[in-house]
Design a protein around this ligand. Structure first.
Ligand SMILES: [Zn+2]
Length: 659
């Protein structure tokens, strides 16, 4: 494998196969065009069959055999599956569920990340792995644990650490009682030790938010501990593979890590959602790489299939999306179907008996295409002028306080705000709380309930003052960091910045509070309405009509000057058409060209090292079109294109401008 190659491979479980099978496996890996395997993530027992008796010879042989055939290794720490001897010695390390039952051995992630014996044992095996493989040039990356999402463990160590967490944050119990308004329901506590773990019954939302944050922090601490140990032994990049669930703090989790890893199992129905995640991972990664560590070649399933077969071409298009959007690796789960045990029916690259799955040809084709496009991919980076916020704090707050029944942060953000922009053929960076804003012309922050998230509020304000265009709302800046209302103002800073006043915020989908654009055409307002007074010097774009006389004269959308920039104050979830109308106006004002596009095209402009182009990927298995601004050539086929490009279902075009 050459430096600069896209990593292409799968998860391989040699611990479950006789060594005599390896030759056959490796032959097929080479046929598939793979250059990396991810191994060892659950193989603790094989490497330490009894406490303190380590044996890594089998693992060395695997790494060496693969390397002899040009295949590198990403090595996993096996902490998701400690052996049975560990739980026999430390039964208290098993997760304690709120119903009083303990997790059993036999699945994975059944030990509590806060348990000290589990941490100690984990440290030992990680250190051993570091010693054995840390300087092995064939181990080109490390994966810490696997899909680490702790449930509601209520063990004694979790309780103690939770109380310590609250004590550190609030110093005195009186402060905490005051901050969370504990006179309601006579909740006031006399000691931190009395505070329950809020897993049962009707609990204070601020307590529940703190519990969520504490759980995430415990997992993050566990991973950072692992990273710290391995760093003593290796220079290879270290990451942890996570799934898009639970609002876990990706940014915080990945802060010290060297590579971002991401697992997903999107199918035909939600493939168009996938770019959202890669647009996010790319910005969180920054100068680090991100790797798509798991995806299915076809369907996923354990003892039954949860997904059905997908159209021909799905595997290829699904494999291209992470790479086109900035990733440096695409790996399937799994290489060879398990012959017995868990996840028997999951799709793979080859069946248990070694036959290839029907997607094998697409896999091989993808590998060849990566190579063809490699120099363009290496020279260029994804370029976006628009950014949209997606933060862990906002996600946690909506999980605890959805505000309107059924309102969920990620689906609402992507469906109401992200997708309509992508349908316009534009690329949006999805950014977390830490991302520098200076490279963007337009920033969109819907559903950012609190701006009291690190220094985010101040940084946005400064950026707008210096000329940025910020679309703020709906439901943005409406809470403190703990999730409480403000009592001396309606919003944290938006009223002060814009001069507008919030007249009312209420749940209504245009039934009683209706709005029209200035040209008198209807403006659709869904789910929630924040009606503002029009600020001095602001341009209202819509006006409120309907039965509520107190709201007449107010608006759901106005453009307010702030410093050299603008704040577009938005108070509702517009329809796709109304949102696109606003975006097109904002783009026009900011010199962002909106192409003509139809259907579901993921359009990815890339530039760098004097090269420019655009990757077009059709994601909905429908015909689509996209208008090119310059004549271009498809790197994969050599075909020239100009003007309107007609895309067939699941087309992938890697287009470079002709110079
Ligand atoms: Zn616990």
């Amino acid at each position: 494998m050459e430096n600069g190659s896209i990593l292409f491979g799968a998860a391989y479980y040699p611990e479950t196969w006789p060594e005599s099978e390896r030759k056959k496996d490796i032959e097929m890996m080479k046929k598939a065009g793979m250059n990396v395997m991810r191994i060892g993530e659950f193989a603790w027992h094989k490497s330490e069959p009894e406490p303190g008796r380590y044996d890594f010879t089998w693992l060395h042989r695997v790494v060496d055999d693969l390397a002899a055939n040009g295949i590198k290794t990403i090595l996993g720490t096996p902490t998701a599956t400690p052996p049975n001897w560990f739980l026999k010695e430390h039964p208290d390390a098993a997760v304690l569920y709120p119903n009083g039952q303990r997790a059993l051995h036999g699945g994975r992630r059944h030990c509590c990340s806060n348990n000290s014996a589990y941490r100690k044992e984990s440290e030992k095996i990680i250190r051993k792995l570091g010693v054995e493989f840390g300087s092995d040039p064939n181990v080109i990356g490390w994966q810490l644990d696997n899909e680490l999402y702790q449930g509601d463990c209520v063990c004694d160590e979790c309780r103690e650490k939770f109380h310590l967490y609250l004590r550190k944050k609030y110093k005195t119990i009186d402060e905490l009682n005051k901050a969370w308004n504990h006179e309601i329901f006579s909740q006031a506590y006399s000691s931190f030790d009395d505070i329950p773990m809020p897993v049962i019954g009707w609990q204070n939302p601020h307590l529940r938010q703190a519990w969520k944050a504490f759980q995430h922090d415990s997992d993050i601490e566990f991973i950072h501990m692992q990273h710290g140990i391995l760093k003593e032994y290796t220079n290879a990049p270290i990451g942890t593979d996570m799934m898009p669930l639970n609002g876990v703090g990706y940014e915080k989790m990945c802060e010290p890590l060297d590579v971002l890893m991401f697992n997903h199992y999107n199918d035909e129905s939600n493939l168009p959602d996938l770019p959202f995640w890669f647009d996010y991972l790319r910005t969180v990664a920054g100068s680090r790489p991100f790797w798509n560590t798991e995806t299915a070649t076809g369907w996923n399933g354990s003892i039954q299939i949860d997904q059905i077969a997908k159209p021909a071409g799905f595997c290829r298009v699904n494999s291209w999306l992470p790479i086109a959007l900035g990733g440096r690796a695409n790996l399937y789960w799994l290489w060879r179907q398990h012959w017995a045990g868990h996840e028997l029916i999951h799709s793979s690259v080859i069946y248990a008996d070694g036959r290839p799955l029907p997607m094998f040809d697409e896999i091989r084709q993808t590998s060849e295409e990566y190579k063809k496009a490699e120099s363009f991919l290496n020279d260029t980076e994804v370029s976006a002028q628009i950014a949209m916020h997606f933060t862990s704090l906002a996600w946690q707050m909506f999980e605890v306080q959805p505000t309107v029944r059924g309102l969920s942060y990620y689906p609402a953000l992507k469906d109401y705000f992200y997708h309509p922009i992508e349908q316009l053929g534009l690329r949006t960076d999805v950014i977390g709380v830490k991302k520098d804003l200076s490279e963007y012309k337009v920033l969109i922050s819907p559903l950012l309930m609190s701006l009291e998230d690190e220094d985010l509020g101040d940084r946005i304000e400064e950026w707008v003052k210096n000329g940025g265009t910020w679309i703020a709302g709906p439901m943005t800046d409406i809470r403190t960091a703990a999730g409480t209302h403000f009592t001396d103002r309606a919003l944290g800073r938006l009223e002060r910045m814009t001069g507008a006043r919030l007249i009312a915020s209420m749940p209504d989908s245009g039934r009683y509070v209706r709005s029209i654009w200035k040209d008198k055409t209807p403006f659709s307002a869904n789910i929630w309405q924040e009606v503002y007074s029009v600020a001095d010097g602001a341009e209202p774009l819509t006006e409120v009509c309907g039965d509520y006389q107190s709201l007449i004269g107010g608006t759901l959308l106005q453009k307010c000057r702030y410093g050299k920039g603008n704040v577009w104050l938005l108070g509702t979830f517009p329809s796709c058409g109304d949102w696109q109308k606003l975006i097109m106006r904002v783009c026009e004002e900011n010199g962002i060209k909106v192409p003509k596009a139809s259907g579901s095209v993921c359009a990815i402009p890339r530039k760098g090292k004097g090269r420019r182009g655009i990757i077009l990927i059709e994601t909905a298995h429908q015909p689509a079109s996209y208008e090119l601004s310059e004549p271009m050539t498809d790197i994969l086929t050599g075909i020239d294109y100009q003007g309107i490009v007609e895309l067939k279902p699941y087309d992938v075009l890697i287009l470079e401008e002709r110079i």
